[in-house]
Design a protein around this ligand. Structure first.
Ligand code: NAP
Length: 250
């Protein structure tokens, strides 16, 4: 495995964990980040930042940097890069794995409303509440920009949002993991009566769902885009390592 070059498409906790594990094995590893976050948490190993220029650009990068294995460990909602990865892997004849943490499942007491998109989530809001805790990331705020005037938004994001965004909003700059006590206090303190989240999965942001359940606050949960057809999926970094081992010498 020592000469194998693995490209990890990153931007997630799982991608960093996988990079750490591969690095510890002495594998040649590059993590690619989109460059959306001003000061990203960097993984071990080599890092490159910025887009590739579509699927063809990514395929050219795979060939030019002699990549043997591609692992798409991007966020479950980063649908474009995942689609590009599937196409590029085919073009460059490189094995591809998607690393996707499992989505969340409702438990007793949850009041969940499923939405197929951010736009659908925005349309559902007026019937559910007035004071919205919006945790879908600053890139998707445009979907809520024309919201009903009666709605007020608490927007939590890592970096400050740019327009278009809702007119009536307060911004909370923070990044997880978040504590249950903190989420309880936040819902209470801002009198939140509806929460919007993507079905990101993972433990880091689950306390908001627990706090919402306890407070009887409904949650609009945006469904994930599908993993591209034919791409095998691992749900943990450990499963991804086992898949790499299963490839044998590449
Ligand atoms: P996206 O819509 O799927 O991708 C848009 C474009 O950004 C891609 O076509 C690609 O540009 C570039 N890109 C995305 N991820 C990249 C990567 N890891 N390395 C190099 N270029 C990348 O992605 P997104 O939803 O904007 O997310 C961007 C990044 O943020 C992802 O890496 C993802 O893991 C992370 N992230 C996303 C979310 C979310 O909710 N979407 C949440 C947390 C973290 P080119 O076509 O030029 O190659």
């Amino acid at each position: 495995m020592d000469r194998t070059h693995i490209l990890v498409l990153g931007g997630t906790t799982e991608a960093r964990a996988l990079a750490g594990a591969l690095h510890a094995r002495g594998v040649r590893l590059t993590t690619s980040l989109a460059g959306r976050v001003a000061a990203p948490r960097l993984p071990e190993g080599e890092v490159r930042i910025g887009g590739f220029g579509g699927a063809e650009g990514l395929a050219a990068w795979l060939r030019g940097h002699r990549v043997d294995v591609l692992i798409d460990a991007t966020h479950p909602f980063a649908g474009t890069i995942s689609f590009n990865a599937a196409r590029a892997a085919g073009l460059a004849h490189v094995p591809l794995l998607a690393l996707r943490r499992p989505g969340w499942a409702p438990v007793e007491g949850d009041i969940w409303h499923s939405a197929g998109s951010l736009e659908e989530a925005a349309r559902a809001l007026p019937a559910l509440g007035r004071r919205v805790f919006l945790t879908t990331g600053r890139m998707g705020l445009a979907a809520f920009a024309d919201a009903d005037d009666a709605l007020w938004f608490l927007v939590r994001s890592v970096d400050p949002p740019e327009p278009p965004h809702p007119a009536r909003m307060e911004v909370l700059l923070d990044r997880g993991p978040f504590t249950l006590d903190g989420e309880r206090a936040l819902l209470r303190g801002h009198r939140v009566d509806v929460l919007v989240t993507k079905d990101s999965g993972g433990a880091a942001t689950v306390p908001k769902l627990t706090a919402a359940r306890e407070a009887g606050v409904p949650v609009v949960i945006v469904r994930r885009p599908p993993v591209p057809d034919g791409v095998p999926v691992a749900t943990t970094p450990e499963e991804a390592l086992a898949w790499v081992d299963g490839l044998g010498p590449v």
